[in-house]
Each structure stands twice: as structure tokens, then as C-alpha cells.
Design a protein around this ligand. Structure first.
Ligand SMILES: [Zn+2]
Length: 321
């Protein structure tokens, strides 16, 4: 139960570098069994996607072969994640009510843990959560309805019907997230379920057959009535709640920007000046996204360029499952 080292924070959660996914080992059963039984560690995830950590949230509490006693690839020991700092890491699906977990530990939502955990540990846990969620949604074949079996150390689900034999691989749902700017102002929106005063960047899922750039233009138009041009990629963030990849952009509003027309999905959308953002976040009149989110970094990056400082980040909000 030693901590995963802190490493360099990329600025937002779940995007730390450093893990070797060692994909070439996924079909090497002997190597996997050896790696698991000789110091392998597993990130423990419960059926709600919560992760086992110390009660203060500062460290993951990995399980090992003596805790689980299983071989890699079994349903409970869900998959091989990779190599980090000399250890082989796995993902384990566990039932919190089935075992006496060590005192001083607790299962917690990863969004709450993200500000507390070392960056590498948070990223590893996000990977484990995403892989196990995919497996939980691929128990049966979508073509013929037969049960599937896992292979490639949890990275492949194969239909058990010999005549069908469809093979499935883990999926990630791309979503765009964008700070739209118009000279000295930027466009933020508020979802109906959020507290009053909370605003963030616009976002939405990419549709089939759509480019990321087109998704940016469509989502911004649908949610605010604003047309955009010059769409530039900034960064991306895995967001395993349950299976997204947030692809972050900056976009310029086409000029002259028309009036904001609020779409069905938002309670409000409006332009903010840079001082309004910085001063509002400082006074509490405005709640921005938390520092762990890419949305905060899109907003803060723009504020820093125009206003010379980053606004105060907001609290972590956890949507109902
Ligand atoms: Zn099938």
C-alpha cells in the first residue's frame, strides 16, 4: 500500500503521462499470471465506479494477489492496465459488502478524489474505471445476444456463439468542449441542474459521421445561437463518467456575433468579460468549474492571456449517477 508518485500535474485530472500500457503483454497469459502473482497491484473499483482509497483520499489502496487470489482476465480481476514505476497494475471489480476492507479506507467517487490523489494515481484509476465500465456493458453480444467472454487481459470481449463470433473492443465516446471568444469576452453557459451562478464552457457529444470541428460549430449554434469560425484544438481529457473523452477547443465567434439564443439544454448562456470572470470568481458571485476539469483550464487560459491572471476555480460538483 505505497503511494503512486506524484509526477508532473498536467494541469487537469486524469491526463498524467508515465503509464506504459504494455499492450504487447495482453495476450501473454504466462507473463500476466507471473506479473500478478509477484507484486502485481489492482485498482479496486466497486459496481458504482467508486475507487478504493485512503479515507482522506490522498492515496489509492491497491489490492494484490493475497487480497483477490485470482488470475488476470477473470471477470472479477477485470484487466491488465500496464506498467507504472516498476509495478504491473490491474483493475479489479470488487463488492464493498463482500469483504472486510482495511480500516482507514473507503470507496469514493473519482471526481472527488481527483484533487487529492497524485496525478498518476488519478489517471490510473480513471483508466480502471473506464475499462471495467465497458466490460460491464459488454456481457452479451449485441448481434446475437449470446454471452461474451473476455480476452486480451480484459481488453477484448468475444461472442461465445461459434457461428457469430463477433469481437468487441473498449469504446470511448468523444465529446467536444469549447471556450468561444469574441475579442474581450467569452461565452459560457449554465445547465439547469447546476447551482445558480455556476457557469462553464459549452460541450456536447460528437455525432456519428461528424468531424470534431463540425461538432463544435453545431453544439455552439444549438446551445447559444452563435456561429463560430477558427476552431483550434487545445488539449483533451479522459472523462470516464462513464466513457467520455473531452476534446478541448478554442473557437472565435463569427463577426459580428449575433444575439445569444439559449438552446433547450441550457438554463442560460451569455458573454463574460475577463474582469467579470476573475472578480466574480474571487467574490463568489460566479462559480467556475473545478481545477480538475479541462473546462476550467480553457477558461483560465483565456483569462490569463487577456487579464494576466487565472480566476479562482469552483467546487467539485458530482451529478447523480
Ligand atoms: Zn454474437
Amino acid at each position: 500500500m505505497s503511494p503512486v508518485s506524484r509526477g508532473d500535474r498536467p494541469g487537469f485530472a486524469f491526463a498524467a503521462d508515465g503509464l506504459d500500457r504494455a499492450a504487447d503483454r495482453r495476450d501473454d497469459e504466462d507473463w500476466l499470471a507471473q506479473a500478478w502473482s509477484t507484486g502485481g497491484r489492482a485498482v479496486a473499483v466497486d459496481p458504482h465506479g467508486r475507487v478504493l482509497a485512503t479515507a482522506d483520499g490522498s492515496m489509492l489502496v491497491p489490492l494484490d494477489a493475497s487480497d483477490l487470489g485470482e488470475r488476470p482476465g477473470q471477470r472479477r480481476l477485470g484487466g491488465f492496465l500496464g506498467l507504472l514505476e516498476g509495478s504491473a497494475w490491474f483493475a479489479a471489480r470488487v463488492d464493498p459488502s463482500s469483504a472486510p476492507w482495511r480500516t482507514g479506507t473507503a470507496f469514493a467517487d473519482l471526481r472527488s478524489l481527483a484533487p487529492l490523489l497524485p496525478a498518476g494515481a488519478a489517471s490510473l484509476a480513471a483508466y480502471a474505471r473506464a475499462l471495467l465500465h465497458w466490460q460491464s456493458r459488454k456481457r452479451y453480444c449485441g448481434v446475437c445476444g449470446a454471452a461474451t467472454s473476455l480476452g486480451s487481459a480484459g481488453h477484448k470481449a468475444s461472442c461465445s456463439d461459434a457461428g457469430c463470433g463477433t469481437v468487441y473492443f473498449p469504446r470511448t465516446d468523444p465529446a467536444i468542449i469549447v471556450v468561444v471568444t469574441d475579442g474581450p469576452r467569452c461565452l459560457l453557459g449554465r445547465q439547469p441542474s447546476w447551482p445558480e451562478r455556476r457557469y462553464s464552457t459549452l460541450a456536447g457529444f460528437v455525432e456519428p459521421g461528424e468531424t470534431l470541428e463540425a461538432a463544435v460549430a453545431r453544439e455552439v449554434r444549438e446551445e447559444s445561437g452563435i456561429a463560430v469560425e477558427r476552431v483550434c484544438f487545445v488539449a483533451s481529457q479522459p472523462w470516464p463518467f462513464p466513457a467520455s473523452l473531452m476534446v478541448g477547443f478554442e473557437a472565435d465567434a463569427a463577426r459580428p456575433a449575433g444575439p445569444v439564443v439559449i438552446g433547450d439544454e441550457l438554463a442560460d448562456a451569455r458573454w463574460f468579460g475577463v474582469r467579470e470572470l476573475i472578480d466574480g470568481a474571487a467574490s463568489g458571485d460566479l462559480l467556475l468549474p473545478p481545477e480538475t476539469s479541462i473546462s476550467y483550464h480553457l477558461i483560465a487560459g483565456w483569462c490569463e492571456r487577456l487579464g494576466g491572471e487565472r480566476p479562482k476555480p469552483g467546487p467539485v460538483l458530482i451529478a447523480p449517477r
